[in-house]
Design a protein around this ligand. Structure first.
Ligand code: FVH
Length: 287
């Protein structure tokens, strides 16, 4: 028996295995393409001859493969389902909320305990005291897995029992990240159109991000409280600001895609009579 098995040795899976090996754990690994295990075997890991042997080798099995289809393909392999009995399966592959619920049901049906995790970092950022990892599932299992998972991520965000919570928050943070990235890229075009150094713009964005994070934290509480009385930022200010982004894009001949979408949503808020409410009241338009 080893302490932990890692199934999936891609960029993230290999990093996970390496962190466990460096932590002095007895590690079993398995990957569809076995050659990827070579560097880890050289560091002391054991390569299982099959997925089922890999699962049987440890009380805790960490999976981190490309997507749900890949994970399902592995779990459907010969003798894997009976092998999970009595084990704690920690799924770190990106799943949807529904896929997480289905996977928990599958694990329970085969006598396994199940945790759903969502890594919020790149492989190079793993193993740090502040590496964020969203985690959901039964409290006893989260507790049992904590010492292992803290080797991967010091910043475990405990989302409680609902098994789909990690995937839900993973999607929600992804939405924020891509929305902010699109706004950043449009900002870079504004900088370029005026001959402004884009790296300097990036520095400025990094500088304002902590206070902007605090603003969004406040807006999250506003939405949860359902009290949209003006507290930080009247919605009408953003109606005018996003229209200004669109007008400026048109005048300077840069791509209007992002500002057109943004101005459109805020205009819908204005037309719904939300101008005199807090900015987050715009969520009512999206509902
Ligand atoms: N890499 C990152 O920055 C992000 C950070 C946040 C979390 N994600 C998620 O982690 C999962 C794995 O991502 P990855 O970057 O390690 O992915 P790859 O390097 O592409 O490795 C993919 C592994 O999956 C195996 N695989 C793919 N298809 C199958 C299949 N049909 N059957 C069995 N295994 C499969 C692949 O095996 P092989 O190609 O080496 O044989 C790799 O082991 C992912 O959910 C991210 O969203 C990473």
């Amino acid at each position: 028996m080893s302490d932990v098995t890692i199934v999936g040795l891609g960029a993230m899976g290999s990093t996970i295995a390496q962190l466990f090996i460096r932590h002095g754990l007895a590690v079993t690994v398995w990957n569809r393409t076995p050659e990827k295990a070579a560097p880890l075997v050289a560091q002391g890991a054991r390569l299982a001859p099959s997925a089922s042997a890999a699962v049987l080798a440890s009380p805790v099995v960490v999976m981190c493969v490309y997507d749900h289809a890949a994970a399902a393909a592995i779990l459907a392999m010969d003798n894997v389902a009976p092998a999970v009995h009595g084990r704690l399966l920690v799924q770190l592959t990106t799943f949807s909320p529904k896929e997480s619920r289905d996977a928990q049901a599958w694990a329970r049906h085969h006598g396994a305990r199940y945790l759903a995790g969502a890594i919020q970092a790149a492989p190079s950022q793993m193993g740090q005291p502040d590496t964020p990892l969203l985690l959901s599932g039964p409290a006893a299992d989260r507790e049992a897995a904590a010492p292992l998972l803290k080797v991967l991520a010091g910043g475990i965000v405990d989302l409680g029992e609902p098994i789909a919570a990690a995937a839900t928050m993973d999607l929600a943070t992804l939405s924020y990240i891509y929305g902010a990235s699109l706004g950043f890229l449009h900002g870079a075009r504004i900088a370029e159109s005026e001959g402004f150094d884009v790296a300097r713009f990036g520095d400025i964005v990094a500088g304002i991000s902590p206070s902007f994070g605090a603003f969004l934290k406040h807006e999250g509480h506003v939405i949860q409280s359902d009290d949209f009385t003006i507290s930080e930022s009247p919605l009408r200010i953003s109606v005018e600001a996003t229209q200004r982004l669109l007008d400026t894009a048109r005048q300077s001949g840069i791509d209007t895609g992002f500002p057109a979408y943004a101005a459109g949503v805020f205009r819908r808020g204005h037309e719904a009579g939300l101008g005199g409410e807090e900015m987050a009241a715009l969520v009512k338009v999206l509902r």
